[in-house]
Design a binder for this molecule. Structure first.
Ligand code: XIL
Length: 357
């Protein structure tokens, strides 16, 4: 026993954060092909700095992934304490981790209606004051991480599924031409880092044709008026019941923009009826694996090679997923189980990737 402990925990430090019982019967999988090794594009995961302090979490992440997105810490509320007070510590921690491990960082998200800080909302700025502060925010954040954050979601979720603008959002109360405002925001980001790739991110991009039409109209307008945009992010918070043919036709449609496409927040719900008696049986695990495989295959098949920005899962392990809070406590949406073992979903994802030539 003591010998096993010493072998597993060569230093006490490496095991003090987390008790992970390694199964001696379990073959060491470190020689098996990983998703990041097989993919011809980056494989990302949404993480928090707290997650990265868990040794097993960090090891698993680094072994299988080569890009991170901040699940929360790079949103506006946590960063922007007041007009001239920025909280950098957690973002620095995430960016340093990525640099140490040769990973890219996808910045999420400069603008999102849910994350304008309270002090900003309650100030009731007119459009000129509003925009000059937002310009300063974008410029400050993007230039600080120039060369370290390779891509940004400049704006997140500005349309309803039917393609209308979210009128409940106060950007739209402040500006008579909100899309023009967003175009200028993309430009502020470009001016701050010429090399960073700039994305518009939303959910149901491939499922809701009205929203997709609005996005493509916005892209055309940006291109006609000279505002930069490099890619579209589709969140892909899907479930076992999400229809594959709908995903595929939406993906084909958005691919016609010619822009990069990022599956930016992939997770696949299994407890689709939010049942308290749900059991994640082997049959359900297989269904989830098939769904992951179908989505990855579709990404490979539909997009041209130079449009594949990457696939990011919204988390790493079923132990920590936003869905146990936002959806149902019995939910198992990711590629690793609660003990950091590869799930069948992982194999499905891996099988969906094209063979490397
Ligand atoms: C979620 C995070 O997972 C939660 O931890 C956070 O508290 C709220 O936001 N679409 C997005 C993400 O663009 O930013 C959201 O992330 C999930 C839905």
């Amino acid at each position: 026993m003591a010998l096993i402990f010493l072998l597993i925990c060569p230093t006490l430090l490496s095991c003090e954060k987390e008790e992970v019982k390694l199964d001696p019967e379990k073959p060491n999988d470190s020689k098996e092909m990983t998703i990041k090794e097989k993919a011809a594009f980056r494989i990302g995961a949404a993480v928090t700095l707290e997650d990265l302090n868990i040794a097993t979490y960090a090891d698993t992440l680094v072994h299988h992934y080569n890009r991170i997105t901040a699940e929360y810490e790079m949103k506006m509320t946590p960063i922007w304490g007041s007009a001239d007070n920025y909280n950098w510590d957690k973002v620095d921690g995430l960016v340093d981790f990525a640099q140490e491990h040769g990973m890219e960082v996808h910045g999420h998200t400069l603008l999102w209606y849910r994350e304008f800080p309270g002090w900003f909302k309650s100030a009731d700025y007119d459009s000129a004051a509003f925009e000059s502060l937002i310009k300063e925010y974008i410029t400050t954040v993007v230039s600080r991480y120039k060369g370290k954050v390779q891509s940004w979601d400049v704006a997140n979720e500005i349309f309803n599924d039917n393609g209308t603008l979210r009128v409940d959002e106060f950007v739209f109360k402040t500006f008579s031409d909100p899309i023009g405002f967003y175009g200028r925001c993309f430009q502020y980001a470009r001016d701050a880092d010429l090399d960073a790739l700039l994305f518009y991110n939303d959910y149901s991009v491939v499922l809701a044709s009205g929203k997709r039409f609005a996005i493509t109209e916005m892209v055309s307008r940006f291109q006609n008026e000279g505002y930069p945009i490099d890619g579209i992010g589709g969140q892909f918070h899907f479930g076992l019941n999400t229809t594959e043919s709908t995903i595929e036709s939406g993906l084909m449609d958005i691919a016609r923009t010619g822009l990069l496409f990022h599956i930016s927040e992939l997770d696949i719900k299994v407890n689709v009826n939010q049942s308290n008696s749900y059991v994640f049986t082997p049959g359900e695990q297989n269904r989830q694996a098939e769904k992951y495989k179908a989505i990855v295959e579709m990404y490979e098949r539909v997009l041209s090679q130079d449009q594949k920005f990457g696939i990011t899962t919204w988390g790493l392990t079923d132990k920590y997923t936003w869905l146990t809070g936002y959806w149902h406590e019995k939910e198992y949406p990711l590629l690793f189980d609660e003990s950091y073992n590869r799930k069948k979903a992982y194999t499905g994802f891996l099988d969906g990737l094209n063979e490397v030539e």
